[in-house]
Design a protein around this ligand. Sequence first.
Ligand code: HEC
Ligand code: HEC
Length: 293
Amino acid sequence: MKPFTIVFFLLALSLFGYAQVVTPVEGESWLKHLHRPFDETSMGKSSGVYGPAAPMPSEWPPPNPALQLSNKFSGQSTTLHGSDLYRLKCQGCHGPSGTGAPPEINSVIDPVRATSARVYIERMKKRGMDVTWKDAVPLASQAKGMLLDRLHKGGTDMPSPTPYLTDAEVRALFAYLQLLAGIPGAEKRQIPVIEPPLRVGEHIVKSTCHICHAAVGHNPSSQELLDGQIPPLSRLTSRLSLNEFVAKVTVGKPVLEGSPAIPVRGHMPVFTYLTPDEAADAYLYLSLYPPRM
Ligand code: HEC
Ligand code: HEC
């Protein structure tokens, strides 16, 4: 399908009130907000720790680029589970297992385990302490309240999980966090949410890309890239074509740096845990909802 056809299709969908309320990404990057240099943080880099490095210029283009968009990439809504929401919104900082990168990024496991009265009772029993349900339940519900609060507001060093999560999204994410933390029975409580592609793109851009990329700003030259500038989100869709963009995100792609410009290995982490379709959703979202100041 031609990009215009896709755009038209999506607009038609949103006119019918199908889409959740999607809004443009705005403001400075999270790293800028924290005054934290790109080289001195683990934020947004969990895939860099666990995944392959970006390809060298000599390895580009890959012999078999896994860049084929599926035929589902046509504006259809997809079914996401809490595990997907976690991938799109949390994994960049907390990693695939939730353990984060202490001391900068706390593990989510203990605060999530604290939301289960049963886990608490068993843990205390192991330490030789007898705790009743009557004692454990209020503690667990207090811990749950704190966790849900964080899912709406973030923390001092953690961005609030924008876009604002719907109740269904919060429930799906919470159920997955419990699964990640090994709370018994959590596997039976996983629930799906239906999300239109623009919402998927919004989740990825606001919770992952916006960690390092500002919404708007000057388009850096190859020399400025060498000096460490990061291009703003508003320029990405014109810097790269859809296919190049998908490659940059999912398998990594060399970047032109210096003057004269030469291709070098990218500094950006490779998000191997995002699918080509999801990266394309991010491209579409950035094109249809131009980032704002
Ligand atoms: C930009 C990086 C970043 C992203 C994205 C992020 N977090 Fe965090 N998170 C942090 C940092 C840093 C801390 C510890 C400091 C703080 O609380 O502000 C933290 C702390 C937490 C804690 C509390 C840990 C404790 O010891 O009490 C939980 C729970 C949590 N995050 C869950 C999540 C979930 C769920 C998501 C996805 C919706 C998420 N985080 C996305 C950076 C991030
Ligand atoms: C941990 C920080 C970080 C995160 C998170 C991040 N980027 Fe980047 N990105 C960079 C840096 C640094 C560069 C410039 C150097 C390079 O290309 O590797 C860059 C460059 C780019 C480029 C331009 C490449 C070019 O050749 O002009 C695109 C496109 C891009 N990022 C897309 C994304 C998308 C989409 C996301 C979210 C899925 C994302 N980035 C998340 C750090 C990040």
